[in-house]
Design a binder for this molecule. Structure first.
Ligand code: S3P
Length: 425
């Protein structure tokens, strides 16, 4: 188990076009290429454990993959049965979307993951898929991996989801594409919409009207993808918080997707007082551009809406809250409990170790802004907890244990953090 020490920073000026490529879009690029006829071309694919596991599975399912180190091409040969066990590693997105993709494929498939993924709930996808005829099973009556899938004919559906989850929505859209009629999916709050944008770009017939997504089964294969994956706003956000909490500091984050369902945390940081500018420079499936963040005194904030638009950024946002004046509150965020760790507990416990007082609620927590103190904290195997507390170290110094998990989403994180402060392993 590796441990890293970060020293406090006086001030820094950070500019990077090398923020990790978007994880959600990378997973989808590899998977959706399987549905296309012809060769898909993916530039700037995220070379991190989670997405490389997805790419490997796409190969195990029979696709021809060529990687020249810069561009990855994928040519589908349909979905082929395999004797191999498909290992999604730490990735909930990988496992849940593959459930949707494989439910209608011919053959039998086994999906597994690491010790953390095997504890995360899968019923949210296995149940609605079973309701339309999918043959899926796993421990605890289909809730826990390993999961087994026997491809079956799927019926058209009208499904009203109780949770705003892009993973559930995407799994159901993938199933809908190969069902026997027009399907309707309703979500309580709009979740990230990369699946809809990318599949529409590939020629799928999908109509989105507010919270309702209508999907027509495809009659012919989709057009290949041609995509350059933009930088991941969730990864960029660590450096946004770093600049916001460090006096006289700036972070210029280039090539980031500015998809409105992904940049809500930046908007909240702006509401807290940080000076943030957005500049659109490109448009491919989604708007892409530069986000510039400058330090300013931060004030407390209440976060209770559009939670799915910033769910992944809440641990890092909590570090900004710890540095703000007043009490910040996060509500309606019970989904935090089933992420890579129980992020309500892991954020609150670690903030307490850093001398920040908190209150824990079933669906969130309160953070009383104060003075962060150096501590030795654990990541609990959760990449976003590890990176959030390393960023907190810019204020007070920090020791973070169990940092290998950072490789699941942001392998060059330490190279970039090293441009802001001294890091010793
Ligand atoms: C993701 C959706 C979100 C997010 C996860 C990635 C995706 O999960 O937290 O990191 O790529 O679809 P939920 O769908 O569970 O909200």
């Amino acid at each position: 188990m590796m441990r890293v020490c970060v020293e406090p920073a006086d001030s820094f000026s950070f500019q990077s076009a090398a923020i990790a490529p978007d994880k959600s879009i990378s997973h989808r690029s590899a998977m959706f290429a399987v549905l296309a006829e012809g060769q898909s071309r993916i530039e700037n694919f995220l070379r991190a454990e989670d997405t490389l596991n997805t790419l490997k599975i796409v190969g195990q399912l029979g696709a021809d993959i060529h990687d020249d180190g810069s561009v990855i091409t994928i040519t589908s040969n349909g979905i082929q049965e395999t004797a191999e066990i498909l290992d999604c590693g730490n990735s909930g997105t990988g496992m849940r979307l593959f459930c949707g993709l494989l439910s209608s494929a011919q053959g039998h498939f086994i999906l597994t993951g690491d010790e953390y993924l095997k504890r995360r709930p899968m019923k949210r996808v296995t149940q609605p898929l079973r309701n339309i005829g999918a043959k899926l099973d796993g421990r605890n009556n289909g809730d826990l991996a390993p999961l087994s899938i026997r491809g079956a004919s799927l019926q058209a559906f009208n499904y009203e989801s109780k949770i705003a989850s892009a993973q559930v929505k995407s799994a159901m859209i993938l199933a809908a594409l190969r069902s026997d009629g027009v399907c309707t999916y309703y979500e309580p709050e709009l979740s990230r919409d990369h699946t809809e944008r990318m599949l529409k770009g590939m020629g799928a017939h999908i109509e989105v009207n507010g919270l309702i997504t209508k999907v027509w089964p495809f009659e012919k294969a989709l057009k290949p993808l041609n995509i350059r994956v933009p930088a991941d706003p969730s990864s960029a956000f660590f450096f946004a918080v770093a600049a916001a909490i460090t006096p006289n500091s700036t972070a210029i984050l280039e090539g980031v997707t500015l998809n409105p369902t992904r940049i809500e945390a930046f908007k909240v940081l702006e509401r807290m007082g940080a000076d943030i500018a957005y500049d659109i420079t490109d448009e491919r499936y989604e708007p892409i551009g530069t986000i510039t963040v400058k330090h300013a005194a931060l004030n407390a904030v209440v976060v209770e809406e559009n939670i799915s638009w910033l769910i992944d950024e809440l641990p890092a946002l909590s570090i900004a809250m710890a540095c703000a004046s007043g009490q910040s509150i996060i509500k309606n965020a019970e989904e935090l409990r089933v992420k890579e760790s129980d992020r309500i507990k892991t954020v609150v416990d670690n903030l307490n170790l850093c001398g920040i007082s908190t209150e824990e609620y079933p669906d969130g927590y309160a953070v009383n802004g104060g003075t962060l103190q150096k501590a030795c904290v654990n990541s609990y195997g959760d990449h976003r907890i590890a990176m959030s507390f390393l960023v907190a170290g810019l204020r007070c110094g920090m020791e973070v244990e169990d940092i290998e998990c950072i490789n699941t989403s942001f392998p060059n994180f330490f190279d970039l953090l090293g441009q802001c402060t001294k890091v010793t392993r």
